[in-house]
Design a protein. Structure first.
Length: 171
């Protein structure tokens, strides 16, 4: 039996986001230029996958609240698919406070091995649930905005948005 995935495109200040959900929760939040190689667990989405689902409604509402500055934490069922190490990295991402940043090395250290910064970066690059699982909050060791699936300008926008809402100085 094939797993049922439902998708919808949600407009946002950072462009259209494709939300993919399973019956267990959010599987992916994808950027317009994303493809199956970065997030294979989202499946080959076609017109038959488009539809409605209560979790998609919740994602749309909560992302709207996030972009309006009224939400700093997401409360959604998540269903990311990845290796054990990727799952650990994505869980660590969810502990980074709103409006804050950490380096890849700091994230690796929080996960128990400061020498795995490159592996952490690779795992973050496969994070299927953009924004909700905040890989945009991870920066280079010197504070530089390094690679991001949505683009560095989008990463800067998200960080500036969070800092503005949190009342902090912008980057």
């Amino acid at each position: 039996m094939t797993e049922r995935l439902v998708s919808a495109i949600i407009d946002s200040p950072v462009g259209p986001l494709t939300v993919v959900v399973s019956d267990r929760g959010v599987r992916a939040v994808l950027w317009p230029a994303d493809d199956e190689r970065r997030v294979p667990s989202a499946g080959s989405l076609d017109a038959d996958a488009a539809g409605t689902h209560p979790v998609i409604d919740d994602v749309q509402r909560q992302l709207g609240e996030y972009f309006d500055g009224n939400r700093t934490d997401f409360d959604l069922p998540l269903d990311p698919i990845g290796t054990e190490f990727q799952q650990q990295a994505w869980l660590a991402l969810r502990t980074i406070p709103y409006g804050a940043t950490v380096s890849y090395g700091e994230q690796a250290e929080r996960m128990g091995d400061k020498n795995k910064a490159r592996a952490v970066g690779a795992a973050n690059g496969k994070n299927p649930i953009s924004i909700i699982v905040p890989c945009h909050r991870v920066v280079g060791s010197n504070g530089s905005l390094t690679g991001f699936a949505g683009g560095v300008d989008t990463k800067r926008f998200l960080l500036d948005h969070e800092r503005r809402v949190a009342g902090q100085t912008l980057l």
